[in-house]
Design a protein around this ligand. Structure first.
Ligand code: GLN
Length: 265
């Protein structure tokens, strides 16, 4: 073997080794890419805040899970639009602040769309109509409507449209005293215990409490105020708002909305 031949042999060896190394790394790259592609893309998770003493819209079941019409609806919207939700319990009067500070992304809490709230947050399209009603103890024969609230004590949940209405009636010289509570279950308890003469609360929710414990509370008079519920998002979060509205529209078209409605009403 002469020197030239040996050099050529080394060169061939080096080249083939380099080619082999190159090949193996491409092979490796090839096998890695499909594995990564097979993994489902991470879905964005939005935090949903709710105050769950508001049946049938949101309440805690026997297993201590937060369930209800609003919860099923926002979960169905999430599924339709390819995102996920994480539901957490908050005080009703803290929901707007939690949206504004970014602690939650969506308030799903039987929240009425009002002009005041529209200045602080954005609302989805309305998804259900509700109204405020007066409730009294079953054996109360004196309060038959709003005019009979003169000189009475009324219980409400803090931060709600019911609380706003009570304040209006107090300023108009009708109601004598307002007792404010953080949750609706306590509001109802106060009425049943005789701590107040009446309650102002959303009609479908008061009806749900009545059907849970029949014969203790009754609704009197006309609906005081009609309003609609919407999902609230941080002001300017149009990306999320558009997803919620698109999902809501799809669920109304494909019958899923009605299915959820039939489950809770
Ligand atoms: N609909 C009422 C409101 O928006 C009450 C909501 C609630 O208590 N969860 O104020």
């Amino acid at each position: 073997m002469n020197k030239k031949f040996r050099l050529a042999l080394v060169a061939v060896l080096v080249i083939s080794l380099l080619t082999f190394a190159g090949c193996s790394s491409t092979e490796k790259a090839k096998t890695e890419t499909p594995q990564q592609e097979e993994k489902a893309p991470q879905k964005v998770v939005y935090k949903v805040g709710t105050e769950p003493t508001f049946p049938p819209f949101e309440f805690t079941n026997e297993k201590n899970e937060i369930v209800g019409f609003d919860i099923d609806l926002i979960k169905a919207i999430a599924e339709d639009q390819g995102f996920e939700v994480e539901v957490q319990q908050l005080g009703f009067d803290g929901l707007i602040l939690a949206l504004q500070s970014g602690n939650i992304d969506i308030a799903a809490s039987g929240m009425s769309i009002t002009p005041e709230r529209l200045q602080q947050v954005d609302f989805s399209d309305p998804y259900i109509d509700a109204g405020l009603a007066i409730a009294v103890a079953n054996n109360n024969e004196t309060i038959k409507g709003v005019d009979d609230l003169k000189g009475t004590k009324v219980a409400v949940q803090i931060g709600t449209t019911g609380a706003g209405k009570a304040q209006e009636l107090l300023e108009a010289g009708l109601i004598k005293e307002i007792k404010t509570f953080p949750t609706v279950d306590v509001v109802m308890m106060e009425l049943m215990n005789g701590g107040v003469d009446a309650v102002i609360n959303d009609l479908p929710v008061t009806e749900a409490y009545i059907s849970k414990q029949p014969g203790k509370i009754k609704v009197v008079g006309d609906v005081l105020e009609s309003d609609s519920y919407g999902f609230a998002v941080r002001k300017g979060n149009t990306e999320l708002l558009e997803k919620i509205n698109a999902g809501l529209k799809n669920l109304k078209e494909n019958g899923k909305f009605e299915e959820i409605q039939n489950k809770y009403f």
